[in-house]
Write a protein that binds this ligand. Structure first.
Ligand code: IFM
Length: 497
């Protein structure tokens, strides 16, 4: 059970991962009502559908790219090798009680040393692309200033290894491992970090200028802001909602400045940001609260990126809103910021795990069965709804990719036979294919995750891989879902059961 985040004032809404991971504890304390069966029965839920998967396989467009994803801190290990600096996750994981099993980023899945055989395994499985992240502290160990050539060389070798094997690189620049010296100076709560990120991004664009890669600037700015700054369950564990909102703006601005640097370098490939998005369903009478929660969970990120404005509804004291200091947030947004944030991108990356429910008092509800990750309410059709909604609501929407989608094994030992994951992936891919058939421009899909790995506060106790990792030996064994996924990639289609 997660620790309760007592630093977030009562009545304030924090992000879905914090609230839902704390959910059981709060229910126990009588502060958060889980949805009773009665509630579930009366919830309007998603738009009623008569859709059922057809008997024939659902095909994806020619040229659709199929891959799997990881991130540096979760798989690399070797946290002190070759001049790597310290990240906020090294610091956080070293603090007693932060990580369920006391594990750290070392050795994780040891991919810093085993990357070649991991790429070979991707080829064996017929994958076409690999989404990984660059560890900022390997490239700029202090976060600013001196560049570490050994760090760059590692990622150059990894990218060349991908290209040699005919695999497409999808490269995330920031997947939560902020260099500790930048956090010591305020981290994402301060504006200076925006420029440090743009400098680091430019170093990577220059180093891989010739590579036709898919670049993702920031991974899930919401999770960093709401779980690491507003909450305390992730690094850097600040516990201040206003700092969380500052982290939202500064990460979005950092994305915008990185896009600017990408265009200036003239790098090949395409660039976008990875947002974790979730449909929000309101209980009867909770339509307004649901709309406000949607603003806080989705539009707070989508609107500045795609419309050049923040939604009015996200911040305030009504049910569903982020109860932060609106004037303080507005003061962070300087002239030119929104133009930078909304500079056109080549793609938008959607990370889809599930949905949220809310009642009229602002209490989050369990409207669909959770996975073993208590924050994840599984509802495949929500993916279809989100993809269609993006397409309908945003006139300037670039092509979409799904950069993460997955589910954990039922227990810490993990399993090779993983029918739940196969079912999860199949139903979600059916909904993705359905959206494509209705005109959604979806280009790539990445299952989360390629390997079992370090699942943040859950440490090594929650396994999300399509490939099992024996942490004693680091032996990799593809799970049944990986074999099944391999068939999907080969067919470029998802078949019914
Ligand atoms: O493991 C994480 C990943 O780092 C970011 N998105 C959600 C995944 C599952 O929690």
């Amino acid at each position: 059970m997660d620790q309760l985040d007592r630093t977030v004032p009562e009545g304030r809404l924090v992000a879905r991962r914090t609230v839902l991971e704390m959910g059981c504890g709060l229910v126990g304390l009588g502060l958060l009502a889980a949805c009773a069966d009665d509630d579930r029965a009366t919830l309007p839920g998603p738009t009623p559908t008569t859709w059922t998967a057809p008997a024939e396989p659902l095909r994806f467009p020619e040229g659709f790219v199929w891959g799997s994803a990881t991130s540096a801190f979760q798989v690399e290990g070797s946290t002190t090798a070759d001049g790597r600096g310290v990240s906020i996750w090294d610091t956080f994981a070293a603090q007693p009680g932060r990580i369920d099993d006391g594990s750290t980023g070392d050795p994780a899945a040891d991919q810093y040393r085993r990357w070649e055989s991991d790429l070979d395994l991707m080829v064996d499985l017929g994958l076409q692309a690999y989404r990984f992240s660059v560890a900022w502290p390997r490239v700029v160990p202090a976060g600013s200033g001196e560049v570490n050539q050994k760090g760059i060389d590692h990622y150059r070798r990894l990218v060349d290894g991908l290209l040699d094997r005919g695999l497409h690189p999808a490269i995330t620049l920031y997947h939560w491992d902020l260099p500790q010296p930048l956090q010591d100076a305020g981290g994402w709560a301060v504006r200076d970090t925006v420029d440090r990120f743009a400098e680091y991004a430019a170093v990577m664009f220059e180093a891989l200028r010739d590579v036709d890669a898919t670049w993702l600037t920031i991974n899930e700015p919401k999770t960093t802001a709401m779980v690491g700054y507003a909450g305390t369950e992730h690094a850097p564990a600040i516990g201040d909602l206003d700092a969380g909102l500052a982290a939202v703006h500064h990460q979005l601005l950092a994305h915008g400045k990185a896009v600017e640097a990408f265009r200036a370098v003239g790098g090949q490939g395409s660039i976008g940001i990875a947002l974790n998005l979730m449909p929000v369903y309101g209980a009867p009478g909770a339509e307004a609260a649901a709309s406000r929660l949607d603003a806080a969970e989705n539009r707070l990120y989508l609107d500045p990126l795609l419309r050049g404005e923040y939604p009015d509804e996200a911040i305030g004291s009504a049910a569903g809103q982020l109860n932060a200091d609106r004037a303080a947030f507005d003061a962070l947004v300087l002239p030119g910021d929104l133009a930078a944030i909304s500079a056109p991108c080549d793609l938008l990356a959607v990370q889809y795990y599930g949905v949220a429910g809310i009642d009229k008092n602002g209490t989050w509800l369990e409207v669909f069965p959770p996975s073993p990750a208590s924050w994840q309410q599984v509802h495949a059709e929500g993916l279809y709804e989100m993809l269609v909604r993006l397409t309908d609501d945003y006139a300037d929407l670039p092509p979409l990719i799904i950069s993460e989608n997955g589910i954990p094994d039922p227990d810490a030992q993990g399993q090779i036979e993983d029918p739940q994951r196969e079912e999860f992936l199949r139903t979600h891919l059916q909904q993705a294919a359905r959206a494509v058939a209705e005109g959604v421009d979806l280009r790539q899909y990445y299952a989360w995750s390629f390997l079992d790995n370090f699942e943040w506060a859950r440490g090594m106790t929650q396994r999300w891989g399509i490939v099992h990792v024996d942490y004693e030996t680091q032996r990799r064994t593809p799970k049944a879902s990986a074999q099944w996924y391999s068939g999907v990639v080969k067919a470029n289609a998802v078949a019914p059961v």
